[in-house]
Design a protein around this ligand. Structure first.
Ligand SMILES: [Zn+2]
Length: 251
């Protein structure tokens, strides 16, 4: 599978071992990457960064999802939204955690922060995805605030967009060529939102991936606002002998 990312040095959007700069040592380190995506309701994570998570999984990264509420205020059909989220997580091959907060009343303070911290400790995630801070939905805003506090030690924190995000200007893009169909499949697992109520418009999602790709000079992309991101140039992988050689070379 070919997927050369914009952020080549970090490797997390890069699947192609033929890419310039990629070495086996780099890949070993990247294979250890642990990712936690946090969303207020079932389907929020898939909408915001589903294709990026698929790319992480394809690279062998451990991906976990934390869904703060079961979305019980939303439309309920034959199968509960809990089951739909479980199906989507299975499809994604991600671990699924629940925050068990009340739909519509996600707190942003100590309780929510503590709950996210506990999952961060358990998953040892260093890369965290969460809602954008500006959003018309109070649960999305609260989840963003709580995540930024809880993930203060994470090396990378990226915020994704959702249909209710306001004034979202992405500055970090992940190349998701080859993962858009997979993202749509993840969203189809949320049948009550997609097929029956039209709350999730798959055509719009596909167009958004293309548009974000256009923003990023790619074919398809997901865009993020960057709270913090560690840009790994891989220099620490030099052996002491190589370092010495470099130092001597500059004298
Ligand atoms: Zn939501």
């Amino acid at each position: 599978m070919r997927n050369v990312g914009v952020l080549r040095s970090t490797g997390w959007a890069m699947l192609d071992s033929r890419s310039p700069g990629g070495t086996d040592e780099n890949f070993d380190k990247e294979a250890d990457m642990r990712v936690l995506a946090i969303g207020a309701h079932p389907d929020d994570i898939e909408l915001g960064c589903g294709a990026t998570l698929l790319a992480h999984v394809a690279r062998g990264h451990e991906v976990s999802m934390l869904v703060m509420t079961t979305g019980e205020q939303g439309p309920q059909m034959a199968r509960s939204r809990t089951h739909e989220q479980e199906d989507a997580a299975r499809l994604l091959r991600a671990n699924l955690y629940w925050g068990n907060f009340e739909d519509g009343a996600v707190p942003e303070g100590r309780t929510a922060v503590g709950s996210i911290e506990a999952i961060l400790r358990e998953t040892q995630a260093t890369v965290v995805y969460t809602h954008a801070s500006r959003d018309t939905h109070q649960d999305h805003r609260a989840t963003a605030v709580a995540t930024l506090a809880a993930a203060r030690r994470a090396t990378s924190v990226l915020q994704y967009e959702s249909p209710s995000t306001i004034g979202f200007t992405p500055t970090i893009f992940v190349d998701v060529e080859g993962f858009v169909e997979g993202k749509l499949a993840l969203l189809r697992a949320h049948a009550s939102q997609v097929q029956r109520n039209g709350l999730v418009d798959l055509e719009a999602i596909e167009a958004q991936a293309r548009y974000r790709g256009f923003n990023a000079r790619l074919r398809h992309a997901e865009g993020f606002v960057c709270e913090r991101m560690q840009f790994d140039l891989g220099v620490h992988r030099m052996t002491p002998e190589q370092e010495l050689l470099l130092l001597n070379g500059t004298n």
